[in-house]
Every structure is written in C-alpha cells, then in structure tokens.
Design a protein around this ligand. Structure first.
Ligand code: TXA
Ligand code: MG
Length: 332
C-alpha cells in the first residue's frame, strides 16, 4: 500500500474528509458509516442537507451491505458496467445514515473505475460517501488543482487531503439509474447512455419527466438534476451553431468580450472574441468540458457562448450545459 493511501485511510477512519480522483469527476469523500464525518461534506460544499450522497464501494460484493431487496437488474448492470460511471439507486439497509441518504428510503451506490479510488476503497474496506468536490452549484472538478482552487487542502480547509490521480478520464458525472421502483428510471444522464443500459435490461430506463414515471420519482431531490447547476460565474448562453456568427457580430458592435466554446474553428477573424475549439467527438468533449468551462470563466469575459450540441450521443453533455446556462452569472 502506498503511504498516501495509508494516510488517506487513517484520515477517513478519524472522520476527516479526503478528496479522491474517480474516472468521472473528483469526489469529496468521508466514511459513509460516520454521520459526523458525512456532515462535514455538507458544510464544506455549502450543500443543502437533504441532498443525498453517492456511496462508493470497492466492488459489487459490497452491495448488500448498503442495499436490500436488490433486484437482478442491479447485478446485471453492475456486471456490465462496474467498475464504471454508473450509480445505482436501491432500497437502503436500515443502518445507512440519514445524513447519506438525505432521509430517503434509498441509497446511491457506485464502484468507480480509477486505480487510486479502487486502492483506497479496498484498503478502507467500507463505503466512502462522496459528492463532486466543488462548492454547491459550481463546476465539478476534474483535476486535483480544481479541488484545491475550490476547497483548499490541509490547514484551515475542511479537506484534510487531496489524492492526485491526474485528470479524470470521463469528465462528467456518472449516469444515475433508480432501480428502487417497479421500472428502471434514468435520474441523471451520463456517458453510459440510456441505450447502453437498455441493452442490458431489455428496455430503456424511463426519464423522470415521462408521463409513465411515478410522481414520487419526479419529486426526488437530486442536486445534479436541479435546473441550475455546474455553473460558471460568467453568464453562459447555449447557441445553435448557425446563430453564432450573428450573435458574435452583435456582441462586437456592443463592445462586449465573448468567449466561445465550439467544435470547429472560428469562421472568420474576430476581435474581442476568445474562441476555444473543443474535441468534436462526445467522449473527448466530455473529458475536457469542465476544465474548458473553468478556463473560459477565468477570462472574465462578458459572456460565454457555447455551441449547442445536437443528437443522442450528446445527451449527457447537453444536460450539463443546459444547467450551466441556467445557473451561470449568479455567483460573484
Ligand atoms: O460521477 C459521480 O457520480 C460523482 C463521483 C464523485 O462519483 N459524484 C457525484 O456526486 O456526482 P454528486 O453528489 O455531485 O451527485 C450525486 C447525485 C445527486 O444528484 C444526488 O441527489 C443523487 O446523486 N443521489 C444520491 N443518492 C440518491 C438517492 N438515494 N436517490 C436519488 N438521487 C440520489
Ligand atoms: Mg455535484
């Protein structure tokens, strides 16, 4: 065991917070069985206490330590996608702290696909409750430095240690599938798509706004599903690609400084415009999305224009961008 992992395990056992890399985004971890430790997560993030956390486990054999009445579908999805960017919502065991579940009768579980996270989880041999390691509502971190920028480390910070596992491979949060009801529900889209899940389950999960979805599911509080989330300080506007040139011309006339995120280069030379080219394929785009948004935000422009992605493979990315647009410009 590396000395860093040993230190992280000791800190978790003492009820301290440890930030850990996963393949999706960095998490802010605490011992999921220790309510006082979990409470520190909410304080550090400024997150409302009724928003439940995901419990990260070393492998699927730990499922029944946290969940009960586990349907066969859960094991099938775990076999297909774990370790990986998929969170399963299941009925919880009675001992799971309310601090973790937000008082709900369910618990979110995931085996992350990252060597550092897995080493930590196996050595800890328990559940690590971890939301994304950012302040509530802001852009999720995909590097250790992002976490340090947002929350600090050691000293006065409530984060005792940040494990550095390099940039996150996937780049956006896990897909969340609720298996606690009669029919599988997609609570948050991710790079593992509804179609991928449908191939394993035999039918695609329902989305919460589907008329067939039970009202209880629609009411569940999931911060990643709030209308405004993942937001930069600079107002962000989603622009259909063919509206970009006119919008930019207008902005230039208004003497505004604009940052652009698009999958192609600028069609012509534009003063006052900082144009950033993002990867043209969804996997590359997701991998760089949050670092790009942070970098564009740091330019201090009047607005960020993001080329609106179109099509099913872009569903999860579009979901994050829509929420970033809704929440942007509201933080000072
Ligand atoms: O990729 C990820 O999922 C990352 C990494 C660190 O694992 N974690 C993450 O955590 O995105 P967070 O807290 O930022 O988002 C977790 C989402 C929230 O929207 C939360 O409400 C939802 O999962 N969630 C957790 N437990 C739930 C439950 N029992 N029922 C419904 N939603 C739940
Ligand atoms: Mg989050």
């Amino acid at each position: 065991m590396s000395p860093e992992i040993a230190r992280a395990v000791a800190l978790l056992r003492q009820g301290e917070l440890v930030a850990l890399p996963t393949e999706t985004v960095y998490g802010l971890g605490a011992d999921a069985a220790n309510p006082a430790a979990v409470a520190k997560i909410f304080a550090a993030k400024g997150r409302p206490a009724d928003h439940p956390l995901i419990v990260h486990i070393p492998d699927a054999t730990h499922l029944d330590r946290w969940a009960r009445d586990i349907p066969a579908e859960a094991y099938a999805l775990a076999k297909a996608f774990w370790p990986g960017a998929l969170t399963l919502i299941l009925k919880r065991q009675p001992h799971v702290p309310d601090a973790v579940t937000g008082g709900q009768d369910t618990v979110g579980l995931r085996v992350p696909n990252h060597s550092v996270a897995l080493a930590l989880l196996h050595e800890f041999n328990g559940g690590i409750a971890a939301p994304s390691a950012n302040r509530f509502g802001r852009i999720s971190p995909t590097t250790a430095q992002h976490v340090r920028d947002d929350l600090g480390e050691g000293g006065n910070s409530s984060v005792a240690l940040i494990l550095d596992g390099g940039p996150c491979q996937v780049g956006i949060e896990s897909t969340i599938v609720d298996l606690s009801g009669k029919r599988a529900m997609l609570l948050r889209p991710g790079m593992i798509s509804a179609i991928d899940i449908g191939k394993v389950l035999g039918r695609v999960p329902l989305s919460p706004d589907d008329p067939l979805a039970p009202a209880t599911v629609r009411a569940v509080r999931a911060s990643g599903t709030l209308e405004a989330h993942y937001a930069p300080r600079t107002p962000l506007v989603l622009m259909p690609d063919d509206s970009l040139p006119i919008a930019l011309r207008n902005a230039i006339v208004q003497k505004e400084r604009i940052a652009v995120l698009a999958t192609h280069p600028a069609p012509f030379e534009m003063p006052q415009v900082f144009w950033h080219v993002a990867p043209a394929a969804p996997t590359g785009y997701a991998h760089t999305l949050y670092a790009n948004l942070r970098a564009l935000d740091a330019l201090g422009c009047d607005r960020i224009y993001v080329q609106k992605p179109v099509g099913q493979p872009w569903q999860a990315i579009y979901d994050r961008l829509k929420r970033a647009a809704a929440g942007s410009g509201t933080f000072v």
